[in-house]
Design a protein around this ligand. Structure first.
Ligand SMILES: NC(=O)c1ccc[n+]([C@@H]2O[C@H](COP(=O)([O-])OP(=O)(O)OC[C@H]3O[C@@H](n4cnc5c(N)ncnc54)[C@H](OP(=O)(O)O)[C@@H]3O)[C@@H](O)[C@H]2O)c1
Length: 247
């Protein structure tokens, strides 16, 4: 038995947007596409959302590359921290607090870190000093349904876009929290075994069933690319939990 994605009024609508090869891979290292970011960005910006959300590995491509000293004693007030309200947001799923920041913005989006309560006070102090907002999504594991609810309640988000990578997409899919898939299919096969794919949920076959989609639209562009928009019709095995284990 599978269940439809659990969309309730209390959480934002979730669209997962990805650029994938025909074999579902997402790391572009050997793709040799000219101006490759364009295929992702130009389609992404047609999906009107209040925030894009990425996993920690993907966000580290945008966060600070500088190392900082971590010594000293730090005291920070308990609870979530809303540094400011913005029109749009960039959200990092970063349970251990590994992304460092030079500013509170990625392009035009205000940064929100999604953390577990295990992150050290020094890291919270760093975020406050840089004006980066943060929310807690659980004590030691992230409850993604809670995370979405908080993004709605604290920042007024109604629609969000999951922009990868495969690990993060997979955990939202497993938790039954993806409403739509927007997939740009690049006309190439990558073939690299063991690299991230559009959804990396778990290894092997357990009780989990595949997620099914209904095709809402398909558009051919740039000659050989396809942009497909799907609605999730079923997801989540009966055993799947909204709480996802930390890696
Ligand atoms: N083609 C595309 O459209 C596209 C889009 C985005 C990214 N990418 C590529 O994808 C690659 C990265 O993908 P990836 O799958 O390796 O990494 P990812 O999904 O970006 O990040 C994975 C990490 O995020 C944290 N995380 C995510 N969801 C979590 C959850 N529910 N609970 C706890 N922690 C969670 C964990 O951080 P910790 O390890 O710190 O615990 C985890 O290891 C990059 O090469 C990037 O360029 C491609």
């Amino acid at each position: 038995m599978t269940q439809p994605s659990r969309r309730t009024a209390s959480r934002p609508h979730v669209t997962c947007h990805m650029l994938g090869s025909v074999d579902g891979r997402i790391v572009q290292k050997i793709w040799a596409l000219k101006d490759s970011a364009r295929y992702f960005e130009e389609t992404a910006e047609k999906i009107k959302v209040d925030a894009w959300i990425v996993g920690r590995t993907t966000m580290q491509e945008f966060s600070s590359k500088r190392q900082r000293p971590r010594t000293g004693t730090f005291e920070v007030p308990p609870g979530d921290f809303v540094a400011k309200k913005s029109k749009t947001y960039a959200v990092a799923i970063d349970p251990s607090g590994k992304c460092r920041w030079d500013s509170d913005m990625v392009s035009t989006e205000h940064v929100i870190e999604v953390l577990t309560e295990q992150v050290p006070a020094e890291y919270l102090h760093h975020l406050r000093a840089k004006g980066v907002s943060y929310i807690f999504g659980g004590k030691t594991e992230l409850d993604l349904a809670l995370v979405l609810r908080k993004l709605g309640e604290l920042f007024g988000m109604r629609r969000v876009r999951l922009d990868g990578g495969g690990h993060m997409n997979g955990t939202f899919l497993k938790a039954g929290l993806v409403d739509e898939l927007s997939l740009v299919l690049a006309p190439l096969a990558d073939g690299t075994i063991g690299t991230p794919s559009v959804f990396d949920v778990e290894e092997g076959y357990g009780r989990r069933k595949a997620t099914h989609f209904h095709l809402r639209s398909v558009r051919r562009f740039e000659k050989d690319f396809l942009w497909m928009r799907y609605e999730v019709t079923s997801s989540r095995s009966p055993s799947a939990s909204a709480k996802t284990p930390r890696k």
